[in-house]
Design a protein around this ligand. Structure first.
Ligand code: ADP
Ligand code: MG
Length: 400
């Protein structure tokens, strides 16, 4: 576990102290307002806790990709109304991140008030992680709180640099994410199962390579299972498969053998001749019976049942990537079934389950189990880099 400070390490009374808080307010927008407020809900506990302790809370965030120049459409002022709605408090929008305007605004804010600075990516120093830029922001604050795990894989001025200029703390959302991820792969209860699915091996090579050395069961599903099946000599017909990565897949399976990790590939699959909802050509067969004009679009019921049995023997599950083309019926069947099974084991208290990835989060929501697994990471890129075993600069900078 990285050794970081949390809000518990701050004094109970922060009256008048200026907290610079990096948050994720990169909200998906539709017709001028946010279409999903999950990210605002995530930072609410941290922002309100600091406010209740009397701090003047200044939120720092990026919004879109302005590329180091001002763009009025990418001002964080666009989200003020949405953020106020979730926080239940008025915000002061401050159209700068440093300098006299910020100084004057801090003078106007009362203890407990919350301000939102403009898009940190309006300044080239943000993405360049320019120490002078970080220092100019840091000059306004008494301490720095990072509550944006989803941006922690970037070494930018407000995600990494500020931690070198001010006392640095993990916010509640960051703390929760790091604790959950640590319990899944850092210091997990064993045996650990990893489900890795999704479309392609090529996008998850580093994930697979990291996991084979860490988990006892590696469950491979989705399109990437086809490449592994091909590596085992299975004819996968016209399934999505990366034939140039067959050797890599073989190597991963060898490494797994050496490190005592069991690789689980499906032995039955759901196939069709055309990729459409409930196609006429739909059938379930053994992996050795896939015809040349068929494609594998989901793992089969026997494989799903076998995987459910594997999960019963495990204490920890980390999941990234759906087992089939879950957006199209009935190729969601295995993913839905295993998701519900994992959720049930979690609810019974026998499994710690942590999942992440854009499509994985959507699939778990589709299965109706979002609230029944231990932790769902919505962090996207940062979650994947963590799955790859990489040190995240934003996290490393918080660790004393
Ligand atoms: P995540 O976003 O959770 O990291 P990915 O983006 O890697 O997941 O993969 C999700 C995609 O993989 C989905 O769009 C799904 O339809 C696709 N997929 C899964 N199994 C198959 C398959 N057998 N054939 C083709 N596509 C598949
Ligand atoms: Mg995806």
């Amino acid at each position: 576990m990285p050794n970081f400070k949390t809000l518990d390490d701050l004094p109970a009374d922060l009256t008048g102290k200026v907290a610079l808080v990096r948050v994720d307010l990169n909200l998906p927008m539709q017709g001028g307002s946010a279409s999903d407020l999950t990210r605002v809900e995530a930072i609410k506990p941290t922002v309100l806790e600091l406010s209740e302790k009397g701090a003047k809370v200044l939120m720092l965030a990026h919004f879109g990709r302005p590329g180091g120049a001002r763009h009025s459409a990418l001002s964080t002022s666009m989200v003020v109304g949405d953020v106020e709605g979730v926080l239940g408090k008025e915000l002061m929008f401050i159209p700068e991140v440093a300098g006299p305007v910020v100084e004057q605004s801090i003078g106007i804010l009362r203890p407990g008030d919350i301000g939102l600075l403009d898009n940190v990516r309006f300044w080239p120093g943000e993405e360049a992680n320019d120490p002078n830029f970080a220092q100019s922001i840091a000059a306004h604050g008494d301490f720095y709180v990072n509550d944006a795990f989803s941006a922690a894989h970037r070494a930018h001025a407000t995600t990494e640099g500020l931690a070198h200029h001010l006392p640095a703390y993990a916010g509640r959302s960051m703390e929760r994410e790091l604790t959950a991820l640590d319990s899944a792969l850092g210091n997990p209860e064993t045996p650990v199962a990893a489900v890795v699915g999704g479309a392609k091996v090529s996008t998850k090579l580093d994930v697979l390579q990291n996991l084979v050395g860490k988990v006892q069961h590696l469950i491979i599903g989705g399109g990437m299972a086809n490449t592994f099946l091909a590596a085992r000599g299975v004819d996968v017909g016209k399934s999505l498969a990366e034939h140039d990565l067959i050797e890599t897949a073989s190597k991963i399976m060898d490494e797994a053998d050496h490190s005592g990790c069991t690789v689980h590939l499906p032995y039955d699959v759901v196939v069709a001749k055309e990729f459409a909802a409930n196609p006429a050509s739909l059938r379930t067969c053994n992996v050795h019976e896939v015809a040349g004009d068929e494609m594998i679009l989901d793992i089969g019921p026997l494989a799903t049942e076998a995987l459910a049995d594997v999960l019963k023997t495990c204490r920890t599950l980390v999941w990234n990537g759906p087992l089939g083309a879950f957006e199209t019926e009935p190729f969601d069947t295995a993913t839905m079934a295993l998701a519900r099974h994992a959720a049930a084991l979690t609810q019974e208290g026998s499994l710690i389950s942590v999942a992440g990835g854009g499509d994985t989060v959507a699939a778990l929501a589709q299965a109706g189990v979002t609230g029944d697994v231990t932790y769902i990471s919505t962090a996207g890129g940062a979650f994947l880099e963590w799955m790859e075993g990489k040190e995240l600069p934003g996290v490393a900078a918080l660790s004393a």
